[in-house]
Design a protein around this ligand. Structure first.
Ligand SMILES: [Zn+2]
Ligand SMILES: [Zn+2]
Ligand SMILES: [Zn+2]
Length: 142
């Protein structure tokens, strides 16, 4: 997602919640949008702190969670006991496969996955479908 677009979506989202678009929130948003891989809130926090950006861990956590709620970030569960985030990219919807031994993460595309899930859910008379799939295995190197 383009930064300008993300800012607009996030501003509107905050407004609808009666919250302000503050400078710290903007800084976190810019960091999160420019991250190219799947990061945890902790990873982003130490990355920012290492570069001398002094925004509290709590603010970063809250901002990321609200960006996820606004639909700007995806959350991914790699079974680490915490969530990872990734910017909603222009690229196709994808799933992740993780190596149980070394933790390597690969992005994979499963043909028609979304279609199959949606049409199956509709048959069961459900709407507003959400899903999370966790796939793991042992990678080639291991
Ligand atoms: Zn992790
Ligand atoms: Zn491995
Ligand atoms: Zn991904």
């Amino acid at each position: 997602m383009e930064l300008g677009k993300a800012i607009k979506i996030y501003r509107d989202f905050l407004k609808s919640k009666g919250l302000l678009y503050t400078k710290p929130r903007e800084i976190v948003l810019k960091e999160a949008i420019s991250a190219t891989w799947h990061f945890s809130a902790d990873e982003l926090t130490s990355q920012m702190h290492n570069r001398g950006i002094n925004i509290s861990r709590a603010t970063i956590y809250r901002t990321l969670a609200s960006m996820k709620e606004a639909g700007i970030l995806n959350s991914v569960d790699f079974g680490h006991g915490h969530i990872h985030y990734e910017a909603q990219k222009a690229k196709k919807h994808h799933q992740h496969i993780t190596c149980e031994k070394c933790g390597t993460i690969c992005e994979i595309q499963i043909e028609n996955l979304e279609k199959v899930i949606n049409s199956t859910a509709v048959k069961a008379k459900f709407k507003q479908i959400q899903y999370a799939i966790r796939i793991s295995g042992v990678c080639e190197k291991c």
